[in-house]
Unconditional design. Structure first.
Length: 155
């Protein structure tokens, strides 16, 4: 197992239920790696600056949302934000504020029509930006759609 795979293993390890931790195998780690890569690729494509704290939290939120499509159950948290806050030893408000700021910086640095085109939905407008969760769910939906399209072309 490479260092990157160990990092990904630890990444999922902190979010899944206790009874599932022993069932992780090489195939699962490859799936987890793909989910992580898809999240990073989307964040780079849309143009969120990686030096912002909100980048990490948005990426983790998208990752967790996509992870919900797998056989693994995320530990019971009230929200994705609470899960990320607990795992990063910070408060929900800090997470939400950092995510919001990253989305605002993104909106101010790119044309809203271009952002809507990349994300595949009209969630940005001239004067409004999407909520954190609206952004996360739209991003996850875009990644899911892209992956299903890629899988269609492979067959």
């Amino acid at each position: 197992m490479t260092n990157d795979e160990k990092f990904l293993y630890m990444s999922i390890y902190k979010y899944i239920e206790e009874n599932q931790k022993n069932s992780l195998n090489e195939k699962d780690i490859i799936l987890i790696n793909t989910i992580e890569e898809d999240s990073i690729e989307f964040m780079q494509k849309i143009g969120i600056r990686s030096n912002l704290k909100g980048y990490k939290y948005l990426k983790e939120s998208i990752y967790l949302e996509l992870l919900s499509d797998t056989k693994y159950n995320i530990k019971e948290y009230n929200t994705l934000i609470k899960a990320i806050a607990e795992e990063n030893n910070t408060g929900k408000l800090n997470i939400e504020r950092s995510m919001r700021y990253a989305i605002e910086v993104l909106k101010n640095s790119r044309d809203y029509n271009e952002l809507n085109e990349v994300i595949g939905k009209k969630i940005f407008s001239k004067y409004e930006i999407p909520s954190n969760l609206e952004f996360v769910f739209s991003a996850a939906e875009k990644i899911r759609y892209s992956k299903s399209r890629r899988n269609t072309f492979r067959n």
